[in-house]
Ligand binder design. Sequence first.
Ligand code: RIB
Ligand code: CA
Length: 316
Amino acid sequence: MTTQPKIPLILDGDPGHDDAIAWTLAHASGRFDIRAVTTCAGNQTIEKTTYNALRVCALIGLNVPVARGCPRPLLTAPMNAPSVHGESGLDGPALPEPAFEIQPFGAVELMARVLRESSEPVTLVSTGPMTNTAALLLAHPELKPKIARISLMGGGLLHGNWTPAAEFNILVDPEAAKIVFESGLPILMAGLDVTEKALILPEDFARIREQGSAVSDVVWQWLEFFYKFHRNLGYAGAPMHDPCAVMALLYPELFTMKDCYVQIETLGDYCKGATVPDWHGAAGHAPNATCLMDVDRDAFADRLVQLIARYKEVRP
Ligand code: RIB
Ligand code: CA
């Protein structure tokens, strides 16, 4: 059986239940050479998301450099989401304490070192506000050729989730998103258009719970917690926003994709943070993103359950 070369990867996010699940899937797949984890402020403060990142790494046995990211967006005022992820940013099941310390330097420096030292371009998986990635592009334009692509969760071409027009990750730092979408780098965009269809249903939680490993025990409870907020909004299951940014790299065949020129609105009382699609080239630009528009939900759920099942260590 031919073994595909591992994809060099940096995980940047604001764990966050769905970030945590995305990272758990990425590590389980065995398809990525995860070079670093960097944290951003979003779901919770940078201190909380960084502590959560270390605890997720301890849970799944991901032993890679972790660095704290920018403590606030580039320009706009900080914003968190305790209503969705709780005061800790990762409320719900108990998690192990960190197994190691963060790096003595920040996320941008760690990202730059990984890119500089890599013999091949590195894929960035961004599942939070894009502050770190934008700061990296501003501080180290010479490293752009070392970024293979950015697979990101963010935006919604038809609607938002934090305002009618804007999805949370973009709204928290719209200037950062604008820098990333105008960077010319290949972008795989998992917006609400697909992530709200990538639902994990209560029966899927049960399939994970039956696995009985230390990781599956936590994952089904993360799903349950995340579902509680979304059930009240009428969702049939837990929307796997951030996992889409990983699963699209692993299983592109499960998704319907469409290239599009996406503009980021950074001003306005009602539409700040909107991801505005130019489907017909009215803006005169070539597409800057491959947008995920649909997903085979059943197959997505099966793959997610199978990946979690790769964690075998049974809770003592
Ligand atoms: O809008 C969904 C996004 O906002 C996800 O990345 C979730 O973790 C929150 O950060
Ligand atoms: Ca996130």
